[in-house]
Design a binder for this molecule. Structure first.
Ligand code: NAD
Length: 527
């Protein structure tokens, strides 16, 4: 498979496609590595992994260079969008993985479980298959790899067929760590190879990509069945109220819609502006967009589109909008793989540009009359990844945010949630499910195992055999005592015979109250 640079058509490398047989062998090696890795104490795992961020920082220029040539994005975008979020995430897990993954006590009813305490252990799945897209190929592959590794798993990743040199670079960087052989491996190929990877039987599939491929991945995984986490597309709205700082909102809109040439799952894909400031604001956007520079390397705001296939989608959305009456700030100019950004207005929800993921430098803007209409328009889409609300009234913005059908929202900022290592990231509706980043995200790469420790020295638990009518009556009385209505005195009085039947268990009550108290200390508490 050839890797061709979208910048200038240069061949960046030739890669051999993986076969079903090599993938099976890789899976065997990954299983052995997972067993070794999960048995290493978390503190030592963290120490071994913490070298990754040091290497990444030292090699930032090399990483940025490979990303620029493979994707066409400009250097600052590669540094801020691909390197920075990984440093933040790795730093957070280096400091907190131990705490996030440790055994946690939960409170235990002394009546149902006399003399017992309980807790939850987090166990790694085993081998995680990471399947990733081309738009942020480095970050969107390394973040799930690191999360899986911190949690104690082995990883086999499949980089997008459009970003193979980035996959090779990731392999090289992990090879520099002192990890068990086979802990991080790559398979090379397209969607079909992705299906072979699933068929090889990983224990979890972490997929980032479009809705169609996400469905196919889930179907394939269902055959086994293997759990999947899907991070899919978006059609993110930005809502601007007249009481917002409009200059700041304008600059945010341009950045949100056009960074990485709009090829971001959390890009601003639809913009809604309060009627009172709509016309002036569109004018501000058009004027400012004209100053954006398309460029390459370290110059320019927008780089190249990564694939001609995506350019075709952008062109179709542009044509469809104009055919249905939209106005545009200019023609959709193309030079090689470079597109000039365009602002669109007089748009409506019958247009593809307002319904489907465009994933390119188009910013359609539509007016709304008030809070309710803004919400209705924002929620009128199948996707639900990210959204932003712009207003000087934070209470109003919070009220609206809480009713948006999304996995992430920001007030008076755009896109940034995804770069915050402590915030779980993921979608609602057709943007997928599952979370990564943050504490919840690290736990997504583990499954909970429940544990019960009984310290009773009595010969039997109250619920064990034999059963008979008298026992049944005692249990009923016991349930009424614990869960029934009325004061404690009344419940004791009416169920006295039942309580007598269980009196030998009450000595454990005190002991257990003490244990529960200990488990309920803030640093031991989970729920
Ligand atoms: P894509 O769905 O075409 O491909 C993603 C990956 O899946 C690639 O590695 C591809 O080879 C593989 N794949 C495709 N079909 C497969 C199959 N049947 N079985 C197994 N693997 C298969 O996506 P893309 O075009 O590379 O990326 C763009 C999409 O990704 C956009 O929709 C974007 O919104 C989405 N995305 C989502 C997030 C998020 O976090 N929610 C982040 C970035 C991108």
């Amino acid at each position: 498979m050839q890797a061709i640079s979208p910048v200038d058509g240069q061949v960046l490398g030739v890669f051999e496609k993986s076969s079903a047989e090599t993938i099976r062998r890789q899976m065997d090696a990954a299983r052995a590595a997972a067993a070794a890795w999960s048995s290493i104490d978390v503190t030592r795992r963290v120490r071994l992994l913490s070298r990754f961020s040091r290497i990444l920082l030292d090699e930032a220029d090399l990483v940025v260079d490979v990303i620029m040539r493979s994707t066409g994005k400009v250097g600052t975008e590669a540094l801020l969008g691909e390197v920075y979020p990984l440093l933040d995430l790795a730093n957070y897990y280096e400091k907190h993985a131990r705490r996030i993954l440790r055994y946690r006590g939960v409170s235990t009813s002394p009546f149902g479980f006399p003399g017992a305490t309980a807790g939850i252990e987090r166990r790694p799945y085993g081998v995680v298959a990471v399947i990733s897209p081309w738009n942020y190929p480095f970050q969107l592959t390394v973040a799930p790899i690191l999360s899986a590794l911190f949690a104690g798993n082995a990883v086999i990743f499949k980089m997008s067929e459009l970003s193979l040199p980035v996959g090779a670079l990731i392999g090289d960087l992990f090879d520099r760590l002192d990890l068990p052989a086979g802990l991080v491996q790559a398979v090379i190929g397209d969607g079909q190879i992705g299906e072979l990877l699933i068929d090889a039987g990983p224990d979890l599939v972490f997929f980032t990509g479009g809705l169609a491929a996400g469905r196919a991945v889930m179907q394939r995984a269902a055959r086994h069945p293997i759990p999947v986490l899907l991070e899919l597309g978006g059609k993110d709205p930005m809502l601007v109220f007249a009481d917002a700082d409009l200059d700041r909102a304008r600059d945010a809109a341009l950045y949100g819609a056009f960074s990485n040439s709009g090829q971001a799952c959390v890009a601003v894909e639809r913009m809604y502006v309060e009627q009172a400031c709509y016309e002036g604001f569109v004018q501000m956007l058009v004027e400012a967009a004209a100053h954006l520079k398309v460029g390459q390397g370290l110059d320019g705001d927008l780089g190249a589109m990564t694939s001609p296939r995506q350019i075709a989608v952008v062109e179709e959305h542009y044509r469809d909008a104009l055919a249905q009456g939209a106005k545009a700030s200019g023609p959709l100019l193309r030079e090689g793989n470079y597109l000039k950004p365009v602002v669109l207005w007089d748009v409506h929800h019958g247009m593809r540009v307002m319904r489907e993921e465009t994933f390119g430098p188009l910013l359609p803007v539509m007016p709304f009359s008030g809070e309710d209409e803004a919400l209705r328009l924002a929620n009128d889409n199948d996707f639900g990844l990210n959204a932003s609300i712009w207003s000087g009234d934070i209470r109003k913005a919070r009220r609206i945010a809480s009713r948006l059908q999304v996995g992430n929202w920001a007030i008076n900022d755009v896109l940034k949630n995804v770069g915050h290592g402590r915030l779980p990231f993921g979608g609602a509706k057709k943007s997928g499910f599952g979370r990564y980043h943050g504490a919840e995200g690290l736990r997504s790469f583990t499954y909970p195992v429940s544990g019960l420790i009984c310290r009773s020295r009595l010969p039997k638990e109250p619920n064990w055999f034999p059963y008979n009518a008298e026992r049944y009556a005692h249990f009923k009385g016991f349930l009424d005592f614990v869960y029934g209505e009325g004061s404690l005195y009344r419940r004791i009085r009416r169920n006295w015979p039942a309580l007598q039947a269980f009196r030998e268990y009450s000595v454990f009550d005190l002991m257990q109250r003490w244990q529960n108290l200990r488990l309920m200390l803030p640093w031991n508490r989970d729920n």
